[in-house]
Design a protein around this ligand. Structure first.
Ligand code: FES
Length: 144
C-alpha cells in the first residue's frame, strides 16, 4: 500500500529502492547457476595426495577417481606397475573409458584412443593424456 500523503518525489525514491532491490535479487538468482557453471570445480582442490587401496586396481584394469576436482584414472599395467592419468580427453574434454581388451583408453565422444602410457593411438586428440604421479606405498597407492 502506497502512502498517498508522501510527496511524489519521495514515492518515486521509495519505488526506485524497491525495484532496485528486486532487480538485484533476480539478477543474483538468475546469475548464480551461470556463475557456478563457469567457476572451476574446487571439489577436493585442497587435497594434494589421494590414497586408495592397491587392491582396488586389478592387474590389467583401471580405477577411476576424483583428484583435485577432476577425473583421474589409475591403471595397473602389469603386476605392481602402476600409472595414473587425467581421464579428461585432450581433444574436447570428454572422459575416457578403459577398454581392457585390447588394453587402451577410448574416448566415447569422437573415438580418440590412448595407450597405457597415455600416448595418442588414433582419432582427433592432439596430445597425450596428462600423467599424474602415482606411488605404491605398501598396500596403498598414493596419487598426486
Ligand atoms: S573429446 Fe575425446 S576424441 Fe573428441
Amino acid at each position: 500500500m502506497v502512502n498517498d500523503s508522501l510527496p511524489p518525489n519521495q514515492r518515486r525514491f521509495f519505488l526506485t529502492i524497491i525495484l532496485g532491490g528486486l532487480s538485484t535479487a533476480l539478477a543474483v538468482v538468475a546469475g548464480w547457476p551461470l556463475f557456478r557453471f563457469l567457476s572451476p570445480d574446487t571439489g577436493g582442490a585442497d587435497v594434494e595426495i589421494v590414497e586408495i587401496p592397491r587392491a582396488s586396481v586389478d592387474v590389467g584394469g583401471a580405477h577411476f577417481l576424483t583428484y583435485r576436482g577432476r577425473p583421474v584414472v589409475v591403471l595397473q599395467k602389469s603386476a605392481g606397475e602402476f600409472a595414473a592419468f587425467s581421464a579428461v580427453c585432450t581433444h574436447l574434454g570428454c572422459i575416457v573409458k578403459w577398454v581392457s581388451d585390447p588394453g587402451e583408453f577410448l574416448c566415447p565422444c569422437h573415438a580418440g584412443r590412448f595407450s597405457t602410457d597415455g600416448a595418442v593411438l588414433g582419432g582427433p586428440p592432439p596430445k597425450p593424456l596428462e600423467p599424474i604421479p602415482v606411488v605404491l606405498a605398501g598396500d596403498l597407492l598414493r596419487i598426486g
